[in-house]
Design a protein around this ligand. Structure first.
Ligand SMILES: Nc1ncnc2c1ncn2[C@@H]1O[C@H](COP(=O)(O)OP(=O)(O)O)[C@@H](O)[C@H]1O
Ligand SMILES: [Mg+2]
Length: 263
């Protein structure tokens, strides 16, 4: 599918000429009536990469996430995760294939403890694999929850009610809930929205830490966060890929500068 390969060749061929992309979209299009919110988008995200999706309001970023996570069924095009087509799968089946998403709008059970929030997510993952073959004892799920909570900096807050966490801590708990499903690809929709400067810095560190074992797709408005975290950036504009490249390439791109100055 060389014709769909981005010009910058961000998706390298793996050893032996294999495809190193964990996620690939081909001609992905989502129309709402006459509006093409996502228009013929072909991207390839190599395994292990932190890829940022940026673009002005209304560019199609959330719609792109909604398509790849199964929330929306695309009008046309293909979504390939680990070589398998995800087209038409509902969100829970997409999640079972190893793609998790932390929502911009909260996904947390406020009346449950921090530990329970993550434990329930870990359990849903296990059910997906079949209770008989992969059933984990309750204690194993608690261990998993503990590991995840430590990784998102909430190790000391396990018994706290989720409702009592600060806004920043709740956003990190959402990342923990997504991680508990043991994803290979994690989609983060504006993970630092509404955070203080200190919380933002801590979350950037958190994302960098968890990215060691994961591929991450991140939609983010804070350009400092994007430039500091992303290895590659895809710029959407009116539903189309305007540019793709390293942070340095994107910052130097005159078309990108124009779009951001105009908006
Ligand atoms: N469910 C929907 N029905 C109709 N139009 C939509 C819907 N969702 C998004 N849109 C439109 O699609 C375009 C892209 O929206 P969106 O993906 O939310 O952009 P972004 O996340 O980049 O701000 C916008 O013009 C928006 O109004
Ligand atoms: Mg959005």
């Amino acid at each position: 599918m060389t014709s769909h390969r981005p010009a910058t060749s961000l998706a390298r061929e793996g050893p032996g000429g294999g495809d190193s992309a964990i996620l690939r979209t081909e001609g992905l299009t989502m129309r709402f009536g006459g509006l093409a919110a996502v228009n013929d988008v072909s991207v390839a995200v190599p395994r292990g990469q932190i890829r940022a999706i940026i673009g002005p309001n209304g560019a199609g970023k959330s719609t792109f996430f909604n398509c790849i996570t199964g929330v929306l069924r695309p009008t046309s095009g293909r979504i390939i995760l680990n070589g398998e087509d995800l087209a038409g799968l509902p969100p829970n089946r997409v999640s079972h294939r190893g793609l998790a998403r932390s929502y911009q709008i909260t996904n947390i059970l406020p009346g449950a403890s921090v530990r329970e929030n993550v434990r329930i997510a870990a359990q849903s993952r296990r059910h997906a694999w079949g209770l008989l073959r992969h059933h984990r004892a309750y204690g194993d799920l608690i261990d998993r929850a503990r590991t995840v909570l430590a990784s998102v900096g909430l190790g000391g807050k396990e018994d706290e009610l989720a409702a009592n966490l600060s806004h920043g801590e709740q956003r990190n708990l959402e990342i923990g809930i997504a991680l508990a499903t043991e994803p290979q690809l994690l989609c983060l929709d504006e993970p630092t929205a509404g955070m203080s400067v200190a919380e933002t810095h801590a979350t950037v560190e958190l994302i960098r830490r968890i990215a060691r074992n994961l591929t991450i797709l991140i939609v983010e408005h804070d350009m400092e966060v994007v430039m500091g975290l992303a290895q590659a950036i895809t710029v959407l504009h009116y539903g189309e890929v305007l540019a793709e490249g390293t942070p340095a390439e994107i910052q130097a791109n005159s078309r990108v500068q124009e779009v951001y100055l105009k908006s």
